[in-house]
Write a protein that binds this ligand. Structure first.
Ligand SMILES: C[S@@+](CC[C@H](N)C(=O)[O-])C[C@H]1O[C@@H](n2cnc3c(N)ncnc32)[C@H](O)[C@@H]1O
Length: 246
């Protein structure tokens, strides 16, 4: 049920225009709140109007505006690609087409095809996932590995923290394997959740690291992004870094 609350004078203020929902039978308060937020979110409306599959599209656009991530003809791996907003933005920005696809996306969720993007439906943490991604890239190095992956939360903060850090570590190890020198790695992290060790490792392998909280990332969410730029390449890898050595 959708209620549009009207102001008393008959004139609608922005606040009054907010769509409020009553909790329908069988729908939990949490889902009602989520739905209410979606219906009132300007980025959701913009995504729909501009043909993007997710509001997340604006996060990568905003990070690109600031950090100049995309350039024509580069190769990209999109980890946790569904429903496809980041890949849509990237394909357009770099000129990836079905005739010459430059992007490979992976998600364990099924996705509708995206022009210019090869999609794998697979869990990235499966042992054979990295090899499948490399094969899908035709064995070529990538210029950008971008990860928006996050496990569904359990509600148990230490567990959630551990799981996200682990996921970022696997993504980072993959990035070190497949990036060409000068390449960029972006990963969703959670504020206060970037492990010291991981950040330290990225600092050694990349010329610069940055934290980003794009305006479209909800202010009340702990979500943030880590951007590592200027991959130093295989010759510059530092001995003694265990699993990150190649
Ligand atoms: C926030 S969404 C990504 C949104 C996407 N960037 C976009 O613009 O539409 C996170 C995605 O990560 C995926 N994901 C999480 N863990 C994964 C894993 N281990 N392997 C593959 N996909 C994973 C989820 O299924 C989900 O679709």
């Amino acid at each position: 049920m959708v209620d549009k609350a009207l102001g008393t004078g008959g004139r609608k203020s922005d606040k009054d225009l907010k769509i409020r929902l009553k909790t329908a039978r069988g729908r939990k308060t949490g889902s009602t709140k989520w739905l209410e937020r979606q219906l009132n979110d300007p980025y959701v409306a913009r995504a729909r109007a501009e043909g993007y599959r997710s509001r997340a599209a604006f996060k990568i656009k905003e990070m690109d505006d600031k950090h100049k991530l995309f350039r024509k003809g580069m190769r990209i791996v999109d980890l946790g690609a569904a429903p496809g907003g980041w890949s849509q933005v990237a394909a357009k920005a770099i000129g990836s087409t079905d005739a010459n696809p430059l992007i490979v996306g992976i998600d364990y969720l099924e996705m509708d095809p995206i022009p210019g993007v090869k999609l794998l439906m697979k869990d990235f943490t499966d042992d054979d996932a990295p090899a499948m991604l490399i094969e899908a890239m035709g064995g070529k190095k990538a210029d950008l590995v971008m990860s928006d992956m996050a496990w569904p939360t359990t509600g148990h903060r230490p567990t959630d923290h551990m799981r996200i850090v682990q996921l970022i570590e696997v993504a980072a190890a993959f990035a070190l394997d497949v990036l060409a020198p000068g390449g960029v790695f972006i990963a969703k992290v959670f504020q206060g959740g970037t492990e010291h060790e991981l950040l330290h490792m990225l600092k050694r392998h990349f010329k610069s690291t940055h934290h980003a909280k794009p305006p479209s990332s909800r202010a009340d969410s702990a979500e943030a992004y880590l951007i590592a730029k200027g991959f130093k390449g295989t010759n510059d890898t530092v001995p003694g870094e265990g699993e990150y050595d190649r």
